[in-house]
Design a protein around this ligand. Structure first.
Ligand code: FES
Ligand code: FES
Length: 220
């Protein structure tokens, strides 16, 4: 490892508080890929980050998943996964910590009060902090990463209309807006305000979200 890489790793480890492993290694070590089948990524998620030495043995840790673990099959941003999840794990932690989908945020300590953890599940916006992963078997989930990969016009409108200041709340707004437009292609302002009612922005960018969504439907 070059000195430059070592420096970057030390800085990242200090920033994330994950000790001597990087955020990427943490995510990778928390997801042990056991094999593939029928186009699905077959994955067992483990509950604890493993050390750098332990990372090589991650599949062994995954195989030792607890007797209470449930196996679920989910599709996330069009990728299929088979996961082993503990009964108390919420969807937010599985998607964020184990699948590395860092757009999913937590502004209210998982009290279901801010909307920053919103994902689209089976076409409806849901709070992933209030949803047990074990209840998601068979679900199709879309996160802000999926919306961005598809180069949604919404993302462009959000950028052009400065919908974010700190940006912490923005992914939750984006997926809530995407779910609205999927459901109602030409929403009224009342529909937009109603749909975004559960999303909190501490910077107060509310009016910009409405402008951006109206722009997408050609009604700005
Ligand atoms: S983290 Fe605030 S509603 Fe889920
Ligand atoms: S842009 Fe900062 S919380 Fe919304």
């Amino acid at each position: 490892m070059s000195k430059e890489e070592e420096k970057k790793r030390t800085e990242e480890s200090e920033r994330t508080g994950l000790g001597p492993i990087s955020r990427r290694e943490f995510a990778a070590s928390s997801v042990a890929i056991l094999g593939t089948g029928a186009g699905a990524n077959v994955i067992a998620a483990v509950s604890q980050p493993v050390s750098r030495a332990g990372a090589a043995a991650a599949s062994t840790v995954a195989l030792a998943a607890s007797a209470t673990a449930h196996t679920i099959k989910i599709t996330v941003n069009k990728h299929k996964y088979e996961l082993q999840v503990e009964p108390e794990w919420v969807l937010r932690d599985v998607l964020r910590d184990h699948l590395g989908l860092l757009s999913i945020k937590d502004m209210c300590n998982g009290y279901g009060a801010c909307g920053s953890c919103t994902v689209i599940m089976n076409g409806r916006p849901v709070l992933s902090c209030m949803t047990f992963a074990a209840d998601c078997d068979g679900a199709a989930i879309e996160t802000a990463e999926g919306v961005a990969i598809n180069k949604s016009q919404l993302i462009e409108a959000y950028v052009m209309n400065h919908c974010m200041q700190c940006g912490y709340c923005t992914p939750g707004f984006v997926v809530t807006a995407k779910a609205l437009l999927d459901r109602i292609p030409r929403p009224t302002e009342e529909d937009i305000r109603d749909a975004l009612g559960g999303n909190i922005c501490r910077c107060g960018t509310y009016t910009q979200h409405i402008i951006a969504i109206k722009e997408v439907i050609g009604n700005a």
